[in-house]
Write a protein that binds this ligand. Structure first.
Ligand code: HEM
Length: 585
């Protein structure tokens, strides 16, 4: 790939596909497909056990397109033929000479591109695990990739051996051509800027005390969100987007939005959209063949480069313009405290502002991209689960009424007393990991695990979707059943907490997880206390049962679905409006 599937932190609505297939069905189709997709395969390692299976996958997918495009470009550069030959010989030699983890045997040069579907590769990787085990080796155009399908191995490698497993793979298009390279998400492990940016973000969004400082903001935006749902429930997707944009822009820049037409939102959305439309991160032709980035933009066939240059401008603006506007507001004393005001204040005090300004710009700029779509995916998954399982919503309401009563709304401090609500959030994470394959890590030193070599310069990723649905761990993993967490003893519950999976691992673990998790708890508890979420009805009054399917993307929210959201009681709207007045005071 390296990371064919890393379509970055971005608005994925442009990919909102026409397909609305059921996720469980896809899962089994993919399983079937992967069983027939390989004309030959073998286990590398101790023995070269060659097995064949009938037929080839008839499924066209983007990887075919990518390889065809590659051949078209290369055919006009016949001088590169010796290079091709070298790569084929080299890749064959490399695959055979090491005791790599098992996996489907790919073709020379393209590797496993052919049998890896572009959509929902996590399902295919999970089905491969049944055949090859929890550690699977793949190659994509000569790039080594290892996929982990169990929590035990993910923790062993990505956490315990974090010093070797915490870098990021090279992404020529996204990082180098579009200009996302100075952001924490993509910086190599050893980069000084990575250390600094991570410390800053963690200090604001990962430490309990500083996260508590945003409680007022979270409450206010939660109440605005719930009132919006009460007024125009069919626009629930837009309310979710507004809610998260408001949380992020105020906590990061001290900028308060009043609508989605806000200047900052427009700029940042444009940067993200331009990024998405240049192709899947790590999966474009130039990622496979980085020398192509030097192709002159005026050349015939270089439309992709011209598009990348246009996107680069928007990415630059998305980072620099909100920063400049917010900086002015902070300097004129008109902005509430924020990550930016803290960083500006601290670095001015130490006399480091000039040296640190670029890191400050990119630290603040990346959070909108990292925080909004990820949290949106989790919140939409919760709404889908409530639509399908109104009985879960009723149980949450019973618990809230019993513990808190009806005279006030739940707060984050109520969490220990609301174990059922808490288990609903955990089940939401487990049911569908918002980033099914996480963000890839990169191995920076040769290593060995259970007799298998894991060479330096290999991309390694945890299949979070598969880990959260591991049948060896979870009974009936496809069911949405929050009770499963209440049936565990405390030590098991701690070990199996899905937050140890869906926010990633070790030294690259999400630094915003505490902020996201507390915001999500508050919002789902408030929704349960004040709203009924049910199935919508069609013109004949029949319930519409939403399909359970998720967008095939790096950040994977549910596909569009309809639901009926209404105030829980005649007084619900007043109590939220009163709470909003209190929170805004
Ligand atoms: C439900 C919401 C969220 C989910 C599921 C999520 C998930 C993740 C995952 C899986 C990673 C990659 C971890 C790894 O490489 O092992 C990550 C990284 C990151 N997340 Fe989150 N995230 C969420 C919300 C947030 C929020 C609210 C923020 C900021 C306030 C944030 C900021 C970041 C950043 C900056 C990184 C890159 C960290 C690094 O490379 O060192 N995320 N997130």
């Amino acid at each position: 790939m390296h990371v064919k599937y890393l379509s970055k932190f971005s608005e994925v609505s442009s990919m909102r596909a026409s397909r609305t297939h059921n996720a469980w069905r896809v899962s089994s189709q993919v399983g079937e497909r992967s069983g027939t997709a390989m004309s030959s395969e073998r286990h590398r390692g101790a023995g070269n056990d060659i097995r064949t299976c009938e037929g080839c996958s008839p499924q066209p997918h983007v990887s075919h397109w990518t390889s065809m495009a590659m051949f078209q470009v290369l055919s006009s550069y016949t001088l590169i033929a010796p290079f091709f030959l070298f790569v084929i010989i080299y890749s064959l030699g490399r695959r055979n000479s090491r005791r790599l983890p098992p996996g489907p045997y790919g073709f020379p040069l393209v590797g496993n591109v052919r049998e890896t579907p572009f959509e929902h590769p996590e399902y295919t990787f999970a089905s491969w695990a049944k055949k090859y085990g929890d550690l699977i080796y793949n190659e994509f155009f000569g790039h080594r990739t290892v996929i982990i399908n169990s929590q035990k191995i993910a923790q062993e490698l990505l956490e315990k051996r974090g010093a070797k497993y915490s870098s990021r793979p090279r992404m020529t298009m996204l990082a180098e051509m579009l200009g996302w390279n100075p952001t924490l998400t993509l910086l190599p492990y050893k980069a000084e800027s990575r250390r600094k940016q991570r410390k800053w973000i963690h200090g604001t969004f990962g430490e309990k005390k500083s996260v508590q400082g945003f409680e007022g903001l979270k409450k206010r935006e939660t109440y605005i969100f719930v009132l919006g749902l009460m007024e125009t429930p069919d626009d629930y997707g837009l309310h979710v987007k507004r809610f998260l944009a408001a949380l992020v822009l105020e906590s990061v820049y001290g900028h308060r939005i009043t609508s989605l037409d806000d200047e900052y939102v427009t700029m940042m959305d444009s940067a993200m959209e331009a990024t998405t439309t240049t192709g899947a991160a790590g999966g474009t032709l130039v990622d496979m063949l980085p020398f192509l980035k030097h192709m002159p933009a005026w050349m015939p066939g270089a439309g992709w480069k011209r598009a990348a240059l246009r996107a680069r401008k928007l990415v630059w603006q998305g980072h620099h313009l909100p920063y400049r506007m917010a900086r002015e507001a902070i300097e004129s004393g008109g902005a509430p405290p924020s990550l930016l005001s803290t960083l500006m204040g601290d670095s001015t005090k130490t006399g480091q502002f000039e040296q640190e300004e670029n890191d400050i710009i990119y630290t603040t700029g990346v959070i909108y991209a990292a925080a909004t779509d990820t949290t949106k995916a989790a919140l939409l998954t919760f709404i889908l689960a409530m639509t399908l399982h109104p009985e879960v919503g009723r149980k949450m309401q019973e618990e809230i009424d019993r513990v808190i009563g009806k005279h006030r709304l739940p707060t984050i401090e109520d969490r220990p007393d609301l174990p059922y609500v808490d288990s609903v959030l955990k089940e939401t994470y487990r049911w569908h990991a918002p980033l099914p394959l996480g963000i890839p890590h990169y191995i920076t030193e040769d290593d060995e695990y259970e007799g298998y070599q894991l060479p330096q310069d290999t991309t390694i990723m945890a299949n979070m979707w598969a880990i959260c649905r591991d049948e060896r761990v979870w009974n009936d993993p496809t069911a949405f059943r929050p009770e499963r967490f209440l049936e565990l003893d405390p030590s098991e519950a701690e070990a199996l907490d899905p937050r140890h999976v869906v926010f990633g691992y070790g030294r690259r673990q999400c630094p915003g997880r505490l902020f996201a998790d507390t915001a999500l708890f508050l919002v789902i508890a408030t929704m349960a206390a004040t709203l009924d979420i049910r199935k919508a009805r069609d013109a004949e009054g029949k319930e519409i049962i939403p399909e359970v399917s998720w967008l095939p993307a790096f950040i994977s929210p549910p596909e569009d679905f309809v639901c009926a959201i209404a105030p829980r009681s005649s007084s619900a709207k007043t109590s939220v409006a009163d709470a909003l007045a209190g929170a805004s005071a």
